[in-house]
Design a protein around this ligand. Structure first.
Ligand SMILES: Cc1cc2nc3c(=O)[nH]c(=O)nc-3n(C[C@H](O)[C@H](O)[C@H](O)COP(=O)(O)OP(=O)(O)OC[C@H]3O[C@@H](n4cnc5c(N)ncnc54)[C@H](O)[C@@H]3O)c2cc1C
Length: 460
């Protein structure tokens, strides 16, 4: 643990408006918690910033005292990159304001905003930026890695909708980047993660969405999973971009439209959302009922903000999590066989295999147009291994690794940077041919690798 004098900490407190938290502060344990309970680390200092000026001071202080520095938006990173023993933690959670210009269809989000904050403010005007599927995820980490969810097939990645950002550099100076100003930095932060500075505001292009959208899950018995997944594959091949259908295999949650005897039994769930007129959505979703003999469905016209929170109860903070992820261009017969095989032996009641449908607008951009390179991917598998107690760690982690290895032959070899788990060293796979260019941008903006507690791109 770094030994900082109380004088040094007092000096920093005098320069910032936010709170400085040390291991002896009453709220230290509360403020060092992150989403994944597998990660339990003790930073030397937490600077709970109230604005960009505080971020600048925190960076300068860390440099002066040679402190390793990590950055946290909403703390959802599965590898826990925002939290390190003995480091200074720049906590952006209080900077969560979202400002909307409905005429210009633009939103400016603070780096502490969660997806739910962004949806709440933008949907007040019937507008939205495409984000992810869990409303407590941070807009910052999500955007910096790429960001996809229910409307990405029609509207692109979250990062594809970024039009400008304010960034505090490794020198503690604030700069703005967009297509014209620091375009290399703007390219790098659209997928390149927190390697290049601390983003203190994100400016997004907005789209008309909802406010009601046809959406909901349809549930099939697990013994139909193979047949339904084969038909799902054909369905996805010709499905309109407005429609997004994911596939989830897990124990059935107590959904109100399922008979009680189905709760807790293994099922295949296809959650779907149609981003367009309700009538067209009704028809599009009805087609999913023909993929098998469903146990039930919860399809309806629901508020977009509601569906954006539909998975929240299954993704609450405080559980132990280990995720593995592959990108696929197709779901081959053999791959479907492996998915079913491993789904039939999920290691815990909360674990699930998630297949996100990609394609559409996310693939209409050239792989080198932004740092996010995976523009040929049709499906992203995320293995959500999730459990409660440390005595299950070995069984759960081993199952996930074995499953990952068994499905590797069918994958592209690339991985979404935001799904890399603790202990993995797949950063090059996350960036593919864009890695060297990212490395050059890193050398320009952070030659000393000050921002290294992340999925690290090294200066060249
Ligand atoms: C329950 C759950 C659901 C998810 N669902 C989706 C999904 O649907 N779609 C999807 O695309 N992803 C999803 N993710 C992955 C998510 O995008 C990443 O976990 C992301 O890192 C979360 O951002 P955060 O700000 O909450 O993370 P943090 O842990 O706070 O930050 C992650 C890293 O990002 C960097 N960082 C954060 N803020 C800044 C900043 N302002 N400036 C510079 N660097 C910064 C830092 O390096 C930090 O270590 C999900 C994750 C979880 C846990």
């Amino acid at each position: 643990m770094v030994d900082l004098s109380s004088q040094a900490v007092d000096n920093l407190q005098a320069k910032v408006r936010g709170q400085i938290i040390t291991p002896s502060s009453a709220n230290y344990d509360e403020l060092r918690e992150i989403w994944n309970a597998m990660i339990d680390r003790r930073p030397a200092l937490i600077v709970r910033c109230s604005g960009a000026a505080d971020v600048m001071q925190a960076v300068r202080f860390a440099r002066q005292h040679q402190l390793l520095t990590s950055v946290r938006g909403a703390g959802h990173n599965i590898a826990g990159k925002s939290l390190h023993d003995g480091a200074l933690l720049i906590d952006l959670g209080a900077m969560n304001t979202v400002w909307v210009d409905p005429e210009a269809k633009i939103a400016v989000a603070g780096p502490g905003a969660m997806l739910g904050d962004v949806d709440h403010e933008t949907q007040a005007y019937g507008l939205a930026v495409p984000t992810g599927i869990n409303s407590t995820t941070g807009i910052a980490g999500l955007t910096l890695g790429g960001g996809f969810g229910w409307t990405s097939r029609s509207l692109g990645l979250t990062a594809d909708n970024l039009i400008a950002a304010e960034v505090v550099t490794a020198e503690g100076e604030q700069i703005r980047c967009d297509e014209n100003s620091h375009p290399d930095l703007f390219w790098a932060i659209r997928g390149g993660g927190g390697n290049f500075g601390v983003v203190t505001s994100f400016k997004f292009k907005l789209h008309t969405v909802g406010p009601e959208v046809m959406s909901g899950p349809i549930v099939f018995p697990f013994d139909q999973a193979s047949s339904v997944l084969h038909k799902y594959r054909e369905f996805c091949a010709s499905c309109p971009e407005e429609l997004t259908v994911w596939a989830v295999m897990r124990d059935a949650p107590p959904l109100p439209f399922l008979p009680p005897e189905v709760h807790g039994t293994k099922v295949l769930i296809l959650p779907a959302l149609y981003n367009g007129p309700l009538n067209a959505g009704k028809k599009a979703l009805a087609a999913l009922k023909k993929l098998g003999q469903p146990i039930g469905d919860g399809f309806g016209a629901y508020p977009y903000t509601g569906f954006q929170q539909a998975f929240d109860p299954l993704l609450t903070p405080g559980a132990r999590n280990y995720w593995k992820s592959h990108n696929f261009t197709e779901l081959s017969d053999e791959l479907i066989g492996k998915l079913i095989d491993y789904a039939s032996k999920l290691p815990s009641a909360q674990s699930e295999i998630f297949i996100a449908q990609m394609g559409g607008a996310t693939n209409r951009i050239s792989p080198d147009a932004t740092a996010y390179p995976h523009r040929d991917v049709e499906f992203i598998m995320n293995v959500h291994t999730r459990w409660d107690t440390a005595d299950q760690d070995n069984a759960c982690v081993s199952w996930a690794r074995e499953f990952y290895a068994a499905t590797e032959p069918f994958a592209t070899g690339g991985v979404y940077v935001n799904f890399i788990s603790e202990g993995d060293d797949s950063v090059r796979s996350a960036y593919g041919n864009n890695y060297d260019r990212l490395s050059r941008v890193k050398s320009k903006y952070d030659p000393d690798n000050f921002f290294r507690l992340n999925q690290n791109v090294r200066p060249d």
